[in-house]
Design a protein around this ligand. Structure first.
Ligand SMILES: NC(=O)c1ccc[n+]([C@@H]2O[C@H](COP(=O)([O-])OP(=O)(O)OC[C@H]3O[C@@H](n4cnc5c(N)ncnc54)[C@H](OP(=O)(O)O)[C@@H]3O)[C@@H](O)[C@H]2O)c1
Length: 329
């Protein structure tokens, strides 16, 4: 099979599509013929040498894919050859074959093809596990989503809206703000020329955000804590603005608020399987009914993985960038 290989850390040009050994499924794994893989910001960090694959994960980048089951491991009873699925991965999605733990596979939501489904697992599992399973977002609460036009943000806005929350988001251009509103954001703030703290406080009549899904980290930490409601939950899942910041514990204490930080990739397979199962039960019906849809900027051939990374680095995209192997979608 062919896979995108990173021989040494560097710019997008180090991504090379080449022949590598075929895979065989382990006892608890399913072997897929990949139709498409989602590109995630973590892949850029892995390419640069800052985010190595966890132990046991394939060396090729790619945290999600969709494809057709070719073979199943000896202990797998839940899937069979020919099933069309998408999968949450610890790595290895940028490849024509993927071996994934059986518990990390999802059936295609009704009405979706393989290409569209490849855009869902990482965003759906990350957003659902953080804003619902951890933060317990409830109907009527306010959710603040930073980077509303990102792959993660487009999912978070739609899911928050579908769950009955009021959604505030940030983004950096007028076009992105318009898309965020179309996706269900009640208020979209251009963080480049507006203060998201005053915007969120004024939108909520001084109450603040009950849940904040943050991808910026240190650069937003103090302002996020000020924007939190009493009893608020700040969930940090990205560190685009740095990883070391000052936390105002007095403000946190006064608000009885919490700060939580987590990454999905390093979670053990059993935890990922529990998240995948909740996503199938709670999010897939929303996708099938059209309340939550994959937002896809573009799909490029696997051979153009470098161009896909350049596009993501330029940050003009809205939603997901996909790579396709050329197999039917
Ligand atoms: N912890 C986890 O398990 C987990 C899982 C998946 C993703 N993530 C993280 O989630 C983030 C998004 O990932 P992705 O793959 O969806 O990436 P992406 O599509 O490339 O999105 C990155 C977004 O960040 C926005 N942004 C940059 N600076 C900003 C600022 N100061 N304020 C608000 N938004 C800003 C960009 O919007 P503008 O161009 O408009 O600035 C862009 O839309 C990344 O940080 C990633 O590492 C974490």
């Amino acid at each position: 099979m062919r896979a995108v290989v990173i021989d040494h850390p560097g710019g997008p040009e180090v991504l090379t599509l080449r022949e590598v050994p075929d895979l065989a499924p382990g006892p608890d794994e399913v072997l897929l013929a990949t139709t498409a893989a989602g590109v995630n910001r973590a892949d850029l960090m892995q390419r640069q040498g800052f985010y190595p694959a966890p132990p046991g994960a394939p060396p090729y980048p790619g945290l999600e894919c969709a494809g057709t089951v070719m073979a199943v491991g000896s202990a797998v009873t839940t899937w069979q050859p020919g099933d069309r699925v998408c999968a949450l991965l610890a790595g290895g999605g940028y490849a024509e074959q993927v071996a994934a733990p059986a518990g990390q596979l999802l059936p295609l939501p009704a009405g979706l093809g393989l290409l569209e489904a490849a855009a869902l697992p990482e965003a759906a599992c990350t957003v659902y596990s953080n804003i619902v399973m951890y933060a317990g977002l409830a109907p009527g609460e306010t959710l603040l989503v930073h980077g509303g036009a990102s792959g993660i943000g487009t999912m978070a806005i739609q899911l928050g809206h579908a769950l009955g929350a009021r959604v505030v988001c940030t983004a950096g251009t007028a076009e992105k703000l318009a898309t965020c509103r179309e996706l269900g954001a009640d208020l979209a703030v251009n963080y480049r020329d507006e203060d998201f703290v005053s915007a969120a406080l004024s939108f909520t009549g001084g109450h603040g955000a009950d849940v904040i899904l943050d991808i910026i980290g240190a650069a937003y930490l103090q302002r996020n804590v000020i924007a939190l409601a009493t009893g608020g939950r700040l969930v940090v899942i990205g560190l685009q603005g740095g990883g070391t910041g000052e936390l105002d514990l007095a403000e946190l204490l006064r608000k009885r608020a919490t700060v939580h930080a987590a990454t999905l990739r390093s979670r053990p397979p059993a935890e990922k399987a529990a998240i995948v199962s909740r996503v199938q039960a709670e999010v897939w019906p929303l996708v099938s009914s059209g309340q939550v849809r994959p937002v896809i900027e573009t799909t490029l051939p696997l051979a153009e993985a470098a161009q896909a990374h350049r596009l993501m680095e330029a940050s003009g995209h809205v939603g997901k960038i996909l790579l396709s192997t050329g197999l039917p979608g």
